[in-house]
Design a protein around this ligand. Structure first.
Ligand code: SAH
Length: 237
């Protein structure tokens, strides 16, 4: 951190080396990740071994703005620009555990943001499709994911209210911005036997909802408790 001098003037050959040097330093964060898993996730009841393993592995500090890297493993959300936030680690783990993702699953995420939640899902799923309404966030998240080797994630700049009809149905759907109601398009794009998690409600007062779609296509929903997400925007593409 704080040593970003001269990036713009470096030659094409030196730039990848500089990025490697930064990422090579990621091991210095593994101790912080371990503490995060123990003190924020395990004590609050996250039990799924695969989820805990992935939370120990994904370099969260590389998904936050450089100036906030030192706070990456703190028990809090962090601003990532454009009014968006990277969720608190516990909320990422809770939603991921509720989804019960396996390597057979194709997952749709609404709200790519930093790309961190997509990276966590990518390690558990066969493929992740992530929709982001803010074009600059979509671009930077796609770059980060590509650079870190997450080649089973596709980021689509667009409005998540429409889902991603071309790739539907999805085995799992996660919404990381809060709509007032579950968008019908997303329920329609959820496969039979599928699961969807979403924060539902108004500004700053939402409940995390888990929807399970039976083999018969009927849905059941239950609440996983109160959460606070940025509102899901309605808007043109
Ligand atoms: N999952 C992200 C955090 C997302 S914050 C992470 O791991 O970092 C919520 C994101 O939802 C923001 O980036 C915001 O721009 C995006 N968003 C808001 N409304 C949206 C919509 N209608 N469609 C797609 N993305 C939306």
């Amino acid at each position: 951190m704080g040593r970003r001098v001269g990036f713009g003037r470096w030659s094409g050959a030196a730039l990848p080396l500089a990025l490697w040097a930064i990422e090579g330093a990621q091991d210095q964060y593994s101790g912080q990740r371990e503490l995060m898993v123990r003190e924020q996730l395990e004590v609050r009841g996250i039990r799924d071994a695969a989820v805990l393993r992935v939370m120990r592995e994904v370099p969260r500090h590389l998904f936050v703005p450089a100036a906030l890297r030192g706070l990456a493993y703190e028990d809090q959300p962090l601003p990532i620009g454009h009014g968006a936030t990277i969720s608190q680690p516990y909320v990422v783990a809770l939603m991921t555990e509720a989804l019960a993702v396996t390597k057979k699953h194709r997952v749709l995420e609404i709200g790519t943001g930093s790309g961190y939640q997509a990276a966590v899902l990518a390690q558990l799923a066969s493929r992740v499709y992530s929709v982001e309404i803010e074009p600059e966030l979509a671009t930077s998240a796609a770059e980060t994911l590509h650079r870190l080797g997450y080649d089973n994630v596709t980021v689509l700049p667009g409005d998540g209210y429409q889902g991603w009809p071309r790739e539907a149905p999805f085995d799992r759907i996660i919404v990381t911005a809060a709509p007032p109601e579950i968008p019908q398009a997303l329920l329609d794009q959820l496969a039979a036997g599928g699961r969807l998690v979403a924060p539902i409600g108004s500004w700053r007062s939402q409940e995390l909802v888990l929807v399970e779609k039976g083999k018969d296509g009927k849905t059941r929903r239950r609440s996983l408790g109160p959460v606070a997400f940025v509102p899901m925007r309605t808007g043109a593409r």
